[in-house]
Design a protein around this ligand. Structure first.
Ligand SMILES: *Cc1c(COP(=O)(O)O)cnc(C)c1O
Length: 345
């Protein structure tokens, strides 16, 4: 790949090993439950997270929506962060397709929802009110900078939800980054959750797919929801074979991306007109100052001339997000910094 693409970890392409596995995947009709590679991926993902069962889904958005539809009936309410992907970037799927009402709570600077806010938001038993059914959190919390939430906090939310007879779902699109940041096992980082979705296709590098994990009973119902959303896939083992490599191998190297993000954040201090805003896990947010030599549009264009892709964060003019992933080596980071110094110097 010639381009140095820092826009997102969704741009990662399958590794040569993945392409090889895909070419040789043993497959069957997964709608009949007969694709051995999909079955293996679902089982091994569930085991890794200490859950009973897993479901291979087309995307993180579909995985979250399936979880919401399965946990929360029409007319019920879901507690969710106001800066959550579920609220901001999923077309209000829970309302549009599930008749579910979101109850958004402020996401704090550390990515958490306050336990007090959650407790206050839970509805009492009163005929006027919708019924609260589910609490959700996002880990890592993406929009505020891929901030990882601790296993201790997660367990506190689980206990609170369960005390009130609610279910607890984690949008864990980048859950392995969170587990890596806290140096705990995948099972520990989601401890107490009833369900969790994670993406195989982001920093883990698989071409397509996410996995939803939960109890056997939950996944049985989730399977129905996947079908009605058009997510029943046939010889999906071609995709699942890459997913297995993502799950077992790529998940083990994310500390490299975190170290590289830290390295990039440090080195950006050398670039005139750039102010580093935050660095967590694999994300670096930086601000292109008014005094910088180029405006944000010119800056992106000049970087692109040098085969480096960087674009302003959606909704912001001067805020940029650089996401580290396995295509971005130390040498490439050095090249990025060198070019930035040239175009902004
Ligand atoms: C990427 C992402 C998703 C799912 O996105 P898809 O593009 O549908 O796979 C969900 N939640 C978070 C926090 C994400 O970053």
């Amino acid at each position: 790949m010639d381009m140095i693409d820092l826009r997102s970890d969704t741009v990662t392409q399958p590794t040569p090993e993945m392409r090889d596995a895909m070419a040789n995947a043993v497959v069957g009709d997964d709608v009949y439950g007969e694709d051995p590679t999909v079955n293996r991926l679902e089982t091994e993902a569930a085991e890794m997270f200490g859950m009973e069962a897993g479901l291979f889904v087309t995307s993180g958005t579909q995985g979250n929506l399936i979880a919401l539809l399965t946990h929360a009936p029409r007319g019920s309410e879901v507690i969710v962060g106001d800066k959550a992907h579920i609220v901001l970037y999923e077309q209000a799927g829970m309302s549009a397709l599930g008749g579910i009402m979101p109850h958004p709570l402020p996401v704090q600077d550390d990515g958490t929802l306050l336990l007090h806010d959650i407790e206050q938001a839970i509805r009492g038993d009163n005929a006027h009110f919708p019924r609260t059914k589910l609490v959700t959190i996002e880990n890592t919390q993406g929009t505020i900078g891929a901030v990882p939430l601790s296993p201790v906090y997660t367990k506190q939310v689980a206990d609170l939800a369960h005390k009130h007879n609610l279910k607890f779902h984690i949008d864990g699109a980048r859950i392995f980054n969170a587990a890596t940041a806290y140096n705990v096992s995948p099972a520990e980082i989601i401890s107490g959750a009833d369900s969790m979705t994670f993406c195989l296709s982001k920093g883990l590098g698989a071409p397509v797919g996410s996995i939803l994990v939960g109890s056997k009973e939950f996944i049985k119902e989730a399977h129905r929801a996947r079908k009605i959303l058009g997510g029943g896939m046939r010889q999906a083992g071609v995709l699942a074979s890459a997913g297995l490599i993502a799950l077992h191998q790529m998940s083990q190297r994310l500390h490299e991306d975190h170290a590289n993000a830290n390295y990039l954040a440090e080195r950006l201090k050398e670039v005139p007109g750039v102010r580093v805003m935050s660095q967590n896990t694999s994300f670096v947010f930086f601000w292109l100052e008014e005094i910088a030599k180029l405006n944000p549009v010119e800056f992106s264009a000049r970087m692109k001339d040098h085969n480096i892709l960087l674009s302003p964060y959606p909704g912001y003019e001067r805020k940029f997000r650089a996401v580290l992933h396995y295509w971005i080596t130390r040498e490439r980071i050095d090249e990025v910094v060198t070019v930035m110094k040239i175009v902004l110097g």
